[in-house]
Design a protein around this ligand. Structure first.
Ligand code: ZN
Length: 174
């Protein structure tokens, strides 16, 4: 396993509509394992494949830190099939390090996906029912594979002000 380079806002791969995965081969399994290591190395709750430069519909979630389980979870082609309610919480992203802001999202979601079980690489079709932080993490990562960053969901003025301030404070990412 290896820690991969996390792409920062401004990198075009973060804006890509990621491709559906039709075959799970050794390359996908390796990618999932490396993404898990990369996520833990960065103390993240989740990571999407395009955040490490691969525009495919694969996300990993740190269920332990989310408070929704013990293990890491790997989802292939996840899709939000239902959402309900509203919740405002602070959110951040490994691709915009150090920027945190309150964001409204649904409180409850249902997500369909193929769960990839490691290290074997077996697949299981699942329907996840999630609330609170777990729902937020799923929505955040699924946004990523659709080319959407969490700041895109803020209103225009707030986004511009926050990003301008973030760029001033983080010249290393310019
Ligand atoms: Zn993110």
């Amino acid at each position: 396993m290896s820690v991969l380079n996390i792409r920062i806002i401004g990198d075009p791969v973060l804006r890509k509509m990621s491709e559906e995965i039709t075959t799970v081969d050794s390359e996908i399994i390796q990618l999932a394992q490396d993404m898990i290591e990369t996520m833990h190395n960065a103390n993240g709750l989740g990571l999407a494949a395009n955040q490490v430069g691969v525009a495919k519909r694969l996300v990993v979630l740190n269920l332990k830190d989310i408070g929704a389980g013990k293990k890491d979870m790997v989802l292939i082609n996840p899709e939000v099939v239902y959402s309900e309610g509203s919740d405002v919480q602070e959110e951040g992203c490994l691709s915009i390090p150090g920027l945190y802001t309150k964001l409204e999202r649904p409180y409850y979601v249902e997500v369909e996906a193929q769960e990839l079980k490691l290290p074997k690489g077996t697949l299981k079709k699942i329907r996840i029912k999630a609330e609170d932080l777990y729902a937020r993490a799923l929505l955040h990562e699924i946004d990523h594979i659709n080319g959407i960053l969490f700041v895109d969901r803020l209103d225009d003025i707030k986004r511009r002000v926050l990003l301008a301030k973030w760029k001033r404070e983080h010249p290393e990412y310019a």
